[in-house]
Ligand binder design. Structure first.
Ligand code: URP
Ligand code: ZN
Ligand code: ZN
Ligand code: ZN
Length: 483
């Protein structure tokens, strides 16, 4: 049984053209004019784009004494409702726990997913067991390893661990990711703020100034360079971090930066709201920044110095946020965004002329598909690609509201924002997964997407590093040792 998407305009990372898309057995089998299929999907007035890929989610994540409230069920519903067809979540071993043990837990959690998913593996401690299991993890189809340079005493790893793990990534052809904030300085600043009576949510923002992010980003870039491995910097929120990434790119280093939709569109004034709940609901790391930092991030997307827009979807209810009343360091860190990433980026990016439609596709889907080595299975409108597609209606509007969202939490950090540009249909491997304002795919429809290591960029970098590695100089006449 074939399906055809008719009368739409295809928008990819590099082309815009009118054509129909014919789908069979979950794959695109033909693209062209006047195609016929058993079932028709009308895309009149719409753009047909690769489904979004959100490479940064924390679904049912154990964190700060609780679990994030959206699991793979509600989280992937939110994804599909917003035009995202694949999420990449972080498998998170507790310090001392084996990587394969953690992976089992993530395998179990993800069985209820409504759309496709993959995992990054976090390195939260270092040992021979971790070193050995990293290979088995890559054999399971995970080619990215995440490192937290913050959350001292919990998930944070130190520079020696970072360097060891980055070298192991280089050997395996995998890519390290970093949460770049100087965790030692954050811990000191937090203790001082609390001692001075700054215990409200605004203390969170004061404790994590742009310098802690800029320093850690630069440090991670240099350590990755010495280890001979590319680097992906998650949630790049400020000019200091962006500047380090930009400079590294100009020097030929293989570094990517990932701003979040929250940092692009919400600013630090949220933390100074008189309502404690309002401010605490927006507590995440790094915190929201001022307008100059936002302009820097938008410029990075337009110029190509930043590559991917993600959400870091890590949703905590108001009740969970209230664990931190009287002590901002106990407010669970994280905000939602899965359902809103694409409409918000379209509204504040494409509608305003900050980015083009093709750049929109690049930063929501195609770039990350290439980085993660799943292109063109994902992130493409090409014959042979998975039919993970969004039929995007640029005239559709809505007001974002917690009352109508898929997420399980009781608020939305974008509450009240008017968006223009929404999915009419979202297709997951050829199955209509979102239509008429409802999720259509059953729980468990989502499949794990395996990602092989040894992507072209890791191969190129290791070839170059091998060629330029230190070598002893061959000498003919070596003088006798002095007596
Ligand atoms: O505040 C955040 N970002 N929470 C989720 C965990 C992380 O640091 O990515
Ligand atoms: Zn993080
Ligand atoms: Zn995160
Ligand atoms: Zn469901």
């Amino acid at each position: 049984m074939t399906k055809v998407i008719k009368n739409g305009t295809i928008v990819t990372a590099d082309l815009t053209y009118k054509a129909d898309v014919l789908i069979d057995s979950g794959k695109i089998i033909e693209i062209g004019p006047n195609l016929k299929g058993d079932e028709e999907i009308d895309a009149t007035g719409c753009y047909v784009m690769p489904g979004g890929i959100d490479p940064h989610t924390h679904l049912e994540m154990p964190f700060m004494g609780t679990y994030s409230s959206d699991d793979f069920e509600s989280g992937t519903r939110a994804a599909l409702a917003g035009g995202t067809t694949m999420v990449v979540d972080f498998a998170l071993p507790a310090p001392g726990e084996g990587l394969l043990e953690a992976l089992k837990r993530w395998d179990n959690k993800s069985t209820r997913a409504h759309c496709d998913y993959s995992f990054h593996m976090a390195i939260t401690w270092w040992s021979e067991q971790v070193f050995n299991e990293m290979k088995q993890v890559t054999e399971r189809g995970i080619n990215t390893f995440k490192h937290f340079m913050a959350y001292k005493g919990a998930l944070m790893v130190n520079d020696d661990e970072l360097y060891s793990s980055f070298k192991r990534c280089a050997e395996l052809g995998a890519i390290p990711l970093v949460h770049a904030e100087n965790g030692d300085v954050v811990a000191e600043l937090s203790a001082k703020l609390l001692a001075d009576g700054n215990n409200g949510p605004e203390g969170h923002a004061y404790s994590r100034p742009p310098q802690v992010e800029g320093e850690a980003t630069n440090r991670a870039i240099m350590i990755a360079d010495m280890a001979g491995v590319p680097l992906y910097v998650v949630h790049t929120s400020c000019e200091e971090s962006h500047e380090a990434i930009r400079r590294a790119k100009m020097q030929g280093k293989r570094v990517w930066g990932e701003p979040l939709i929250q940092h692009l569109t919400l600013d630090e004034s949220e933390y100074f709201d008189k309502d404690w709940d309002h401010a605490a609901r927006r507590v995440m790391s790094p915190p929201f920044r001022n307008k100059q930092h936002q302009d820097s991030l938008w410029a990075g997307l337009a110029s190509g110095s930043l590559s991917v827009v993600a959400t870091d979807h890590c949703a905590f209810s108001t009740e969970q946020k209230r664990y931190g009343v009287g002590d901002f360091t106990k407010i669970p860190n994280g905000t939602g965004g899965l359902e809103d990433r694409m409409p918000m980026l379209w509204t504040y990016g494409v509608e305003t002329g900050r980015i083009t439609m093709n750049e929109f596709v690049a930063v929501t889907s195609t770039n990350i598909a290439k980085i993660l080595n799943v292109y063109p299975k994902k992130g493409a409108v090409l014959v042979g690609a998975d039919a993970d597609l969004v039929v995007w209606d640029p005239e559709a509007t809505k007001t974002i509201s917690a009352k109508t969202q898929q997420s399980a939490i009781d608020y939305n950090v974008f509450e009240g924002k008017e968006v223009k540009g929404l999915p009419r249909y979202t297709l997951s491997r050829g199955v209509v997964a979102w239509a008429d304002g409802k999720i259509q795919t059953p729980e468990g429809h989502g499949e794990f997407v395996a990602r092989d290591p040894g992507m072209p960029v890791t191969k190129a970098l290791s070839t170059w590093k091998e060629l330029t590695a230190p070598r002893p100089v061959e000498r003919s006449g070596i003088p006798a040792t002095g007596v």
